[in-house]
Design a protein around this ligand. Structure first.
Ligand SMILES: NC(=O)c1ccc[n+]([C@@H]2O[C@H](COP(=O)([O-])OP(=O)(O)OC[C@H]3O[C@@H](n4cnc5c(N)ncnc54)[C@H](O)[C@@H]3O)[C@@H](O)[C@H]2O)c1
Length: 337
C-alpha cells in the first residue's frame, strides 16, 4: 500500500462533508474521489477540501485501484447495496449509521464482509468521545443506566422520516442510543421491552418515532432508553446519559451543546470541556468524529485494530435493538436479543 490511504466518499451531503473536512486534516489520508448523484454537491466539497476527481457514479470509486477505503454517507436505503458492491470490489468500508434499516440488511452486509475479508467500521462516533470514555472509565460496570436521545419534531417531509430512505427517528437516530447503551453497559443486551410507537407523525404510520425501552444486559445491568422526536429537553439537552454504579453516579448532559458530566461519589465532581486538551474542545473532536476518522485511517493504512470502533456486528446489534423494540411495542411482549 502507498504511504497514504486513498479515500473514496459516497454521499457529499451533511455527514459526508463533515467526514471529508476531518479527513483532509489527517496526514495519512489522501482524498481521492467524491461521488454524489448531485454533481454540484461533490464539486462544492472538492473546492472546499480538495480531491482528485468527482463523479456521479459510485462504481467509478469501486473501479479505482488508488482507493483503499470507501465511506458510505448516503441515505439509509443505499447502505446495503453500496456496502456489498464496495466489499465485492475489495474496498475497506466505513458505513454511516444505521448500518441498515432491517436485521436482514445488516446480515447481508455482515455476510459480504465475511466473504470478502474487508474491514468495516460503522458510524458510531460517540465511542470515540472523551465524555463517553470518561463515563466508561469511572463506572465500567453500571448497575442501572438511563439514556435519552430526543429531538424536536422532525418534519413530515424530512428524508429521515421516509419509511424507505430514512426509517423514522427510532431506527435512524435511536441506533446511536442503543449502541451507546451497549458500549456503556459493557455486556451484550439480552432482552428489550418497549412502549411507544407513532406519536408525532400520524401522517406516516409506517414509522416509529417514539420509544421508551427497558433493556437488560448479560451482566445484569438494566437500562431505560428513551428516544424519539417529541420535544427538546431544556435542561438535559438532546442526549443525556446517567450511569449508576452503586457508590458512584455519573450524569452526562448537554452532550450536543456544551457537554459536561456531574459525578456523585467521585472527586472532582465535574468533568467539562475545560478538562480536555485544547484540540478536543470543539464539537467535532469532543463528539468523537475526529478520532473516529483517525482510527479508520490507522486501521486501513497500518492495520492498527481500532478497539473503540463499532464494527459490523456492532452495527447489526444497534439496528436489532431498535427493530426488536418496535416488535415489542407491536406485540406488547419483551423480545429476546
Ligand atoms: N453519525 C452521525 O452523527 C450522523 C449525523 C448525521 C447523519 N448521519 C448519517 O449520515 C448519512 C447521510 O446523512 P446526511 O445527513 O449527510 O444526508 P444528506 O441528505 O445531507 O446527504 C446524502 C447525500 O447522498 C447523496 N446521494 C444520494 N443518492 C446517491 C447515490 N446513489 N450515490 C451517491 N450519492 C448519493 C445525496 O445527493 C446527498 O448529497 C445517513 O446514514 C445519516 O444517518 C450520521
Amino acid at each position: 500500500m502507498p504511504d497514504k490511504v486513498g479515500v473514496g466518499l459516497i454521499g457529499c451531503g451533511g455527514m459526508g462533508s463533515h467526514h471529508a473536512r476531518n479527513l483532509a486534516e489527517i496526514e495519512g489520508a489522501h482524498l481521492r474521489g467524491f461521488a454524489d448523484v448531485r454533481s454540484e454537491a461533490a464539486q462544492q466539497l472538492q473546492e472546499e477540501v480538495g480531491c482528485d476527481y468527482c463523479t456521479t457514479d459510485p462504481q467509478d470509486l469501486f473501479n479505482d485501484d488508488l482507493i483503499d477505503v470507501v465511506l458510505i454517507c448516503t441515505h439509509h436505503d443505499l447502505h446495503v447495496p453500496l456496502a456489498i458492491e464496495a466489499a465485492e470490489a475489495g474496498k475497506q468500508l466505513f458505513v454511516e449509521k444505521p448500518l441498515a434499516l432491517t436485521i436482514e440488511g445488516c446480515e447481508q452486509i455482515e455476510a459480504a464482509v465475511a466473504r470478502t475479508g474487508v474491514k468495516l467500521m460503522a458510524g458510531f462516533q460517540a465511542r470515540f468521545s472523551p465524555f463517553i470514555a470518561k463515563l466508561k472509565e469511572v463506572i465500567p460496570t453500571p448497575l442501572v443506566m438511563v439514556g435519552q436521545l430526543v429531538d424536536p419534531r422532525w418534519g413530515d417531509d424530512s428524508w429521515a422520516n421516509d419509511p424507505i430512505e430514512g426509517g423514522g427517528n427510532v431506527l435512524s437516530q435511536g441506533c446511536h442510543l442503543f449502541d451507546a447503551m451497549y458500549w456503556l453497559a459493557g455486556a451484550e443486551p439480552t432482552t428489550v421491552y418497549a412502549e411507544g410507537g407513532n406519536l408525532t407523525h400520524p401522517n406516516i404510520p409506517e414509522i416509529t418515532d417514539s420509544v421508551v425501552a427497558t433493556i437488560r444486559f448479560a451482566n445484569g445491568c438494566v437500562a431505560s432508553a428513551i428516544n424519539g422526536d417529541f420535544g427538546s429537553p431544556a435542561l438535559a439537552g438532546k442526549a443525556f446519559y446517567e450511569l449508576f454504579g452503586g457508590a458512584k453516579t455519573a450524569t452526562l448532559y448537554g452532550y450536543y451543546g456544551e457537554p459536561a458530566i456531574k459525578f456523585w461519589g467521585v472527586e472532582p465532581a465535574d468533568f467539562t470541556m475545560e478538562d480536555l486538551p485544547s484540540d478536543y474542545r470543539d464539537g467535532s473532536a469532543a463528539h468523537g468524529y475526529v478520532d473516529e476518522m483517525r482510527a479508520l485511517i490507522d486501521w486501513v493504512g497500518k492495520d492498527i485494530d481500532p478497539v473503540n470502533a463499532a464494527k459490523v456486528t456492532d452495527g447489526l446489534r444497534a439496528t436489532k435493538i431498535g427493530i426488536k423494540a418496535i416488535e415489542s411495542i407491536r406485540t406488547g411482549q419483551p423480545q429476546n436479543l
